[in-house]
Write a protein that binds this ligand. Structure first.
Ligand SMILES: [Zn+2]
Length: 342
């Protein structure tokens, strides 16, 4: 930036100097020379100020108003974002694993989960990502969580458990929020962060069961279908729910969208990895900006209070295979799926 100022300075001054030879002939000319030079200097310094101001604004927009920036360029980001699967392969290689190990591409449920919640696998190396897309038992989740580097902190009256790097970033974000007279608090107490397999199963049923009753009453599902759906193994249940949603029989809380945007399928929650936090103040744009500045982003489309710790810079997200999508007036960073494996 300084370089560009030095370049533009002399060029802008030049007209002032060119007038020198023609003006020195009279005393009036000397006065004119003084005035013209003064004017040139003033113009230049105004120009310089407007340039530095412009740079500062740009920086502020990049650093402090990421959402207003991304909102206006959401389409561009989607267009220039790297391929999610390509970046995922690289990220998993650094963790000495492969997409086939965590989420077999032939498993349609696992694949859907990966493409909806997979941003978490791109998180910084400092945190641990799940060894699988879908945990299948409480025992498996407990074993994974026990090995994590995590801490418990009392945040606004609730005991919150997060991986250490995620907690450190959250604490810094809260400090920043407090300085600005704002706060970042967990939604619904401790459940806002760490969840067990059983928690994720319970939460699934809080959406799945009422939706069954609703669609039964609407005549869209028969008694027989409802009984069958309730009794089938979980994996089949999830697959059937996702299939029914293709015909508009939605299972989210308000029955208007996929259940995956309302609650995670059992065993798939980012909360299990202790890298997610549901935030009360999600509708405050400055709170979202502060969280983004500290590596916390909304990565599950239209799950408004849900933030994921990636630990990355927002401006780098496209090159990590995430694209920004605007929904409900907020920006979500989701996998840019362009070349799904077959
Ligand atoms: Zn959540």
């Amino acid at each position: 930036m300084l370089q560009s100022l030095f370049l533009s300075g002399p060029l802008s001054l030049a007209p002032g100097f060119i007038t020198v030879s023609s003006l020195v002939r009279s005393r009036f000319s000397l006065l004119k020379l003084f005035l013209v030079s003064l004017l040139s200097i003033l113009c230049c310094s105004a120009l310089a100020q407007s340039q530095t101001g412009g740079q500062a604004n740009l920086k502020a927009r990049t650093g402090n108003e990421p959402h207003s920036m991304t909102r206006s360029t959401a389409v561009d980001h989607a267009g220039t974002a790297a391929s999610f699967y390509e970046e995922l392969r690289k990220a998993l290689k650094k963790r000495k694993t492969r997409v086939e190990n965590i989420c077999p591409p032939s498993d349609s449920v696992a694949r859907r989960v990966l493409e909806e919640y997979g941003a978490i696998f791109l998180a910084i190396k400092k945190v641990t990502t799940p060894p699988v897309c879908i945990f299948t038992s409480e025992e498996q989740v407990a074993k994974f969580q026990d090995k994590l580097d995590y801490v418990t902190e009392n945040v606004a009256g609730a005991d919150i458990e997060l991986q250490t790097a995620a907690m450190d970033a959250l604490i810094e974000a809260r400090k920043q929020a407090h300085q600005e007279g704002l706060d970042i608090t967990p939604r619904d107490g401790s459940e806002a962060a760490r969840r067990s397999y059983d928690d994720s199963l319970h939460l699934w049923n809080t959406r799945f069961l009422p939706a069954l009753e609703h669609w039964l009453a609407q005549g869209k599902l028969s008694e027989e279908q409802v009984v069958r759906l309730k009794s089938m193994p979980l994996r089949s249940q999830i697959a059937h729910v996702l299939e029914l949603e293709k015909s508009g029989i939605y299972f989210s809380k308000d029955l208007s969208k996929s259940i995956l945007y309302s609650i995670a399928a059992p065993g798939t929650s980012q909360h299990i990895a202790m890298l997610a936090l549901d935030v009360n103040e999600f509708d405050n744009s400055r709170v979202r900006e502060i969280l983004a500045e500290h590596g916390w982003f909304q990565t599950v489309l239209s799950d408004l209070p849900h933030f994921t710790f990636l630990g990355l810079e927002e401006e780098d997200l496209p090159k990590h295979g995430l694209k920004s999508v605007e929904a409900d007036g907020q920006i979500f960073w989701i996998p840019n799926v362009v070349d799904p494996p077959r």
